[in-house]
Write a new protein. Structure first.
Length: 336
């Protein structure tokens, strides 16, 4: 595979920009059939309306809060100050409609999408309902915010989660794949990684992402230095590790969808590296985790404190509470 072919799967910040979007990955631009990702940056008082077309979407605040209006419903998203400080609420927007996103203080908002058949109702996803999971152990510890995971929040095809990796740790490890349909063993899913990396004293952070050929599909082969705003496309192949440089926490948003009738995330570990799971038993999870937690649900009110000046509705803030949901201290295969 040539250098040019490799580069199409690693899209440095700005390369995937189009129109109003800082990132605009569509099935057409990615050369595949199902998964999409947009990142919308709004100035204070800004708004944007888009047609959902043949895809379902989740609007996920990366920083700031917003209001989402769609299908006669209005959802006020409190959002967060950054991806490293809080679990956020979100809104589901169905296919074949329009949605308007507006923000009083401005912010950045991810739109995770997937082509789908069923038209499900528009819904609000509270931050308190997001299961926060710890996977791996030792320097393979990471946090997964399962806001749009299969079995957690109903979608037709879309699967989406956030992964937080403390500086110096590896995640998406052992390398794994989901590029074949093997009933009960592996599902066929295209995947998008969108990265944000914590800086230090004004110095931007960095990390590394590996994808290696599995013998299926395009023979995807990537070894990329990734920085904030970068995207890596994974149409096939063993993917992982995702390596966070020491001193720089790594965040990535995973967006997945595929042709299978069942919405499920089934993976196979790389046979050369699957043994590492056996070494995790008895090794404690990185004590820096969780980096942030979901707030406890409060009866009769929404639960996340609005970022200052977000334009989202005000109310008594509910501080994050690590007892809100059980946090696993064990590796939970399959591991992302």
């Amino acid at each position: 595979m040539t250098s040019t072919q490799r580069q199409q799967y690693h899209l440095p910040s700005g390369r995937a920009a189009a129109g109003p979007y800082a990132v605009d990955v569509t099935p057409g631009s990615a050369g595949w059939g199902h998964s999409s990702l947009r990142v919308l940056e709004l100035p204070p008082g800004g708004s944007h309306t888009f047609a959902t077309g043949d895809s379902e979407w989740i609007v996920l605040p990366l920083n700031g809060g917003c209001t989402v209006v769609t299908d006669g419903e209005t959802f006020d998203l409190y959002g967060r100050d950054s991806v490293f400080t809080a679990v956020t609420d979100f809104a589901y927007v169905p296919r074949d409609t329009h949605a308007t996103i507006a923000s009083g203080a401005g912010g950045r908002f991810a739109l995770a999408g997937a082509r789908c058949s069923r038209r499900l109702p528009a819904r609000y996803g509270p931050a308190s309902g997001v299961p926060v999971e710890l996977r791996g152990s030792g320097n393979c510890s990471r946090q997964v915010n399962n806001f749009g995971a299969a079995g957690v929040f109903e979608c037709d095809k879309l699967i989406a989660v956030e992964v937080l990796t403390p500086g110096g740790n590896w995640s998406s490890y052992p390398p794994h794949k989901h590029d074949e349909h093997r009933p009960g063993e592996e599902s066929e899913l295209e995947e998008i990684y969108y990265f944000e990396i914590a800086g230090h004293d004004g110095t931007p952070g960095l990390g590394y992402q590996r994808v290696s050929p599995s013998g299926h599909g395009h023979g995807t082969d990537v070894l990329a230095e990734v920085r904030g705003g970068d995207v890596v496309l994974v149409p096939d192949g063993w993917h992982g590790p995702s390596m966070a440089a020491p001193g720089h926490h790594m965040y990535y948003l995973n967006v997945m969808a595929g042709p299978g009738a069942a919405r499920e995330w089934l993976i196979r570990d790389h046979p050369d590296h699957a043994w590492i799971r056996g070494n995790w038993s008895g090794v404690p999870v990185d004590p820096r985790l969780p980096l942030c937690t979901a707030p406890r649900a409060a009866e009769g009110s929404r639960t996340a404190a609005a970022p200052s000046g977000s334009g989202a509705p005000s109310g008594p803030p509910e501080p994050p509470d690590p007892t809100d949901r059980p946090l696993s201290s064990h590796f939970l295969p399959p591991s992302q």
